[in-house]
Design a protein around this ligand. Structure first.
Ligand SMILES: [Zn+2]
Length: 403
């Protein structure tokens, strides 16, 4: 999950129109997200405005080519929703007191996997944060991490999913503590951020598949994964990975974890087997041209884009709109999808509006916000306003991935 982003779209409309939010009239903010089909295929996807059809297969699989003579280097990319012993969403939210417990659970799972990777023959293990709790430090506490593993830091901000494959050389990737995709019914089920479904060539994907597609560009396989039983079902698309189910999801906010000692032993054993069987893993190569789709479910919303000429927009009965485009390049697809995520997450403000309506200070905050927007407009038109300068103090000298 990536850090929450709230924009002012809804309240701006509230101010200017007196009533409507970002969503058109009649679009309620409390609807439930639609369930995605488990195996979206190209055949049931309509052609886009440009007549583009998805390729017949979302991606193709290739054999691994790797050379173990210089050792085996493995990247561990972790999330924080699919942990052993975890059944409380507050453990993966940096703003919650339960986050400290989540950090302990995370370190224990990562260490169990690191142990297994080395036991299976890995000679180097790096760990990178794929979660984005908002913590300025990595979610894995350095003092808890297995001393043999090295955390990935860079001088510049980087995208955990897409920048590393372009600039790093690993033989394999192991993903730990992952969650199932939007609409799967899993614990904390989502893709990329709240209320978003990503489709590549018509196929709704998990973050694990997104990671595998990204590393597939560099010919590197994902060999290991862990999370709940719904993610295990999602990843039938990747039958070669050693997947360890650490809990059973009973809803998006409840789960029945396995005994943690058993789960961690299974993580170690699975990671060991994953390295031992590295040569029989598969690399995922996206099919081109790539049909990339972002579908929104509450609280995200893309319905504000409905009716824009030239935009390939669809709206199902039970969702908040979907926008598609076609490109030959996976990075371009990802960048385009993340730009659309920025639009869709503007829908989160529908929840802010609900909170303000019931808060004792809500009316005065809405009033103050309305005045501030008016003054901003008048100041900009009068050349009185300058954007805030980039903060110069407290800029982290190192970056660890998603924050
Ligand atoms: Zn995630």
């Amino acid at each position: 999950m990536r850090t929450r982003t709230v924009t002012s779209c809804t309240l701006t409309f509230l101010l200017l129109s007196g009533a409507a939010g970002c969503a058109p009239e009649g679009a309620d903010a409390t609807g439930q997200g639609g369930r995605s089909s488990g195996q979206g295929g190209a055949a049931d996807q309509p052609a886009g405005l440009d007549g583009a059809q998805s390729p017949a297969e979302a991606w193709r699989l290739e054999d691994v080519r790797f050379d173990a003579s210089d050792g085996i280097s493995v990247l561990v990319l972790h999330d924080m929703e699919g942990l052993s012993g975890q059944d409380d969403w507050r453990t993966f939210d940096h703003e919650m007191p339960q986050y400290a417990r989540g950090q302990e659970l995370l370190a224990a799972d990562v260490n169990a996997v690191v142990e297994g990777l080395f036991a299976g023959g890995a000679t180097e293990v790096h760990v990178v944060d794929g979660h984005g709790s908002g913590n300025p430090e990595p979610d894995v506490r350095g003092d808890l991490l297995d001393a043999r593993a090295r955390q990935v830091f860079r001088d510049e901000p980087f995208d955990t999913y897409f920048d590393l494959p372009e600039t790093s050389s690993y033989d394999a990737v192991a993903v730990v503590g992952m969650h199932s995709k939007t609409g799967s019914g899993g614990f904390a089920a989502h893709t990329f951020t709240l209320g978003i479904e990503l489709r590549i060539n018509g196929q709704p994907i998990t973050e694990t598949e997104l990671v595998a597609l990204s590393w597939g560009r560099a010919g590197v396989p994902v060999i290991f994964g862990s999370g709940d039983d719904r993610l295990a079902a999602d990843l039938q698309t990747m039958p070669w990975i050693e997947f360890v189910t650490v809990k059973r999801a009973t809803s998006a906010s409840t789960a029945e974890p396995l005994q943690v000692e058993d789960a961690r032993a299974a993580l170690t054993e699975g990671a060991r087997r994953a390295v031992e069987n590295l040569a029989s893993a598969r690399v995922i190569k996206v099919s081109t041209p790539i049909r990339a789709t972002l579908r929104a479910v509450p609280p995200a919303n893309l319905t504000m884009l409905e009716g824009v000429p030239g935009l390939d927009y669809e709206r199902g009965a039970d969702d908040r709109g979907a926008v598609s485009f076609t490109t030959d390049d996976l990075r371009a697809a990802y960048d385009g999808l993340t730009a659309l995520v920025g639009v869709a997450t503007g829908g989160y403000t529908s929840v802010l509006r609900e909170v303000l309506r019931t808060h004792p200070a809500g009316d005065s905050l809405i009033f103050a916000y309305g005045v501030a927007v008016m003054e901003r407009w008048l100041d900009v038109e009068s050349d009185r306003w300058q954007p805030d300068a980039e903060p110069t103090a407290a800029v982290p000298a190192r970056h660890h991935g998603y924050r």
